[in-house]
Design a protein around this ligand. Structure first.
Ligand code: NAD
Ligand code: MG
Length: 394
């Protein structure tokens, strides 16, 4: 029986993973080792009961009594806190879903790779923050990383049987997010609720805002660079409002392989779950005659400064990705808290990059976890200062 763990089980990707595991036979077909969540312990406990998990871990220590009470008498172990989540990643599981949001997903993913596990990676932030370390760890321990971000799953599928040396370019599609058709002058006043109204995908709150600002696509450009190892100038971004083509791979003979499907994360998650085979999945089938047309347009870099900033990050390499991601997380927190405007997020990230780059040696690709956590921490401090400076000028 295959054993699995889900990190971030109570989130959007985690719920979709749970759904697929249940449909594939649940506790009768899989041995569930660890399930982790944040504060929603009622849901975490319910999932742990249904899948008969070995251990359920919540990130927030203050929620542990409630988790314990919810699982009393079941024999399911309970624990809480970052160290407990990391420990859960040390437990043997054949397939591990990394679906925590943010840089908090890095350590558990890294720990799973150190044990040679197959890591289904939704947590793009870990590749942006620590791509070289993650890829080197996987290689050193014979671990497989399977991309779960829909674009990267599409590219991965487009490369089956191909030689990466024959790839000329990779084209990432972007929906453009909730504010895609807003006049540029109005963007500065966009509220959280407006930025959350994503036209095509139902996702967690943070990635939905990142879609509207294109920080999500900026992270994905870096993710593409780190995962597939191709040059930044071979990675393009195109706005495709229908979100039916999930990405494209262009080869040196001029052929382009596009991956199409309904915008449903259960495709990419299911592909990673069944890899290297395919199995039936409960996703809607496309009716091309009904769809009739697909549209594309080039992104405007003035409208989406994140797409410009990710190019600087890739040119700098080293710890720049960790700085970029951490500054983005702080800027997003502050936008969600109503402290800064929608367009200020890019300003905070740009300012942080400008300040932190000269303060640290960011040029090396040989990085330790300590280097990365140090860069992440410093970037968070500087980003918070940039937010305060902005607030003072208001
Ligand atoms: P979400 O916010 O819905 O869920 C995040 C999960 O992580 C929850 O279980 C939450 O409790 C947990 N969590 C949050 N902070 C934590 C912390 N500090 N420590 C431990 N656990 C914590 O997020 P999501 O939309 O499911 O996204 C998860 C990851 O997948 C992100 O990296 C995101 O970029 C990526 N992703 C998501 C989608 C999508 O459709 N939602 C698509 C592609 C990639
Ligand atoms: Mg994506």
């Amino acid at each position: 029986m295959r054993s699995i763990s889900i990190f971030g089980a109570t989130g959007s990707v985690g719920e979709s993973t749970y759904d697929l595991i249940c449909r594939a036979g649940g506790a009768g077909a899989f041995r569930t080792v660890a399930l982790t969540g944040g504060r929603n312990v009622a849901r975490l406990a319910e999932m742990a009961r249904v899948l008969r998990a070995e251990v359920a871990v919540c990130s927030d220590v203050s929620c542990l009594p409630a988790l314990r009470a919810a699982l009393a008498g079941t024999g399911i172990e309970t624990a809480a806190g970052d160290a407990a989540i990391a420990e859960a990643a040390d437990r043997p599981a054949d397939w591990v879903m990394s679906a925590i949001v943010g840089a908090a997903g890095l350590v558990p993913g890294l720990r799973a790779l150190r044990h040679g596990r197959t890591l289904a990676l939704a947590n793009k932030e870990s590749l942006v923050t620590a791509g070289p370390l993650l890829m080197a760890t996987a290689a050193a321990h014979g671990a497989q990383i399977l991309p779960v971000d829909s674009e990267h799953s599409a590219i991965f599928q487009g490369l089956v049987g191909e030689d990466i040396a024959c790839v000329e370019r990779i084209i990432l599609t972007a929906s453009g997010g909730a504010l895609r058709d807003w006049p540029m002058e109005a963007l500065a006043r966009a509220t959280v609720a407006e930025a959350l109204a994503h036209p095509n995908w139902a996702m967690g709150q943070r990635i939905t805002i990142d879609s509207a600002s294109m920080f999500n696509k900026a992270l994905e450009v870096i993710e593409t660079r780190e995962y597939f190892g191709i040059n930044p100038d071979q990675i393009e971004v195109i706005i495709h409002p229908e979100s039916l083509i999930h990405s494209l791979v262009g080869f040196q003979d001029g052929a382009i392989m596009a991956h199409m499907g309904a915008p449903d994360m259960r495709h990419a998650i299911g592909y990673a779950l069944n890899w290297p085979r395919r199995a039936p999945l409960p996703v809607a089938r496309l009716d091309l005659a009904q769809i009739a047309t697909l549209s594309f347009r080039a992104p405007d870099l003035n409208r989406y400064p994140a797409l410009r900033l990710c190019r600087d990050v890739m040119a700098t390499r080293g710890l720049a990705g960790a700085v970029f991601n951490a500054a983005k997380e702080i800027a997003l927190d502050q936008f969600l808290a109503g402290q800064i405007g929608f367009m200020d997020m890019a300003g905070v990230v740009e300012c942080t990059l400008a300040r932190v780059m000269p303060e640290m040696c960011l040029e090396s690709d040989v990085m330790t976890l300590e280097d990365i956590l140090g860069a992440d921490h410093l970037a968070r401090v500087r980003a918070a200062e940039a937010v305060s400076a902005l607030a003072a000028t208001r």
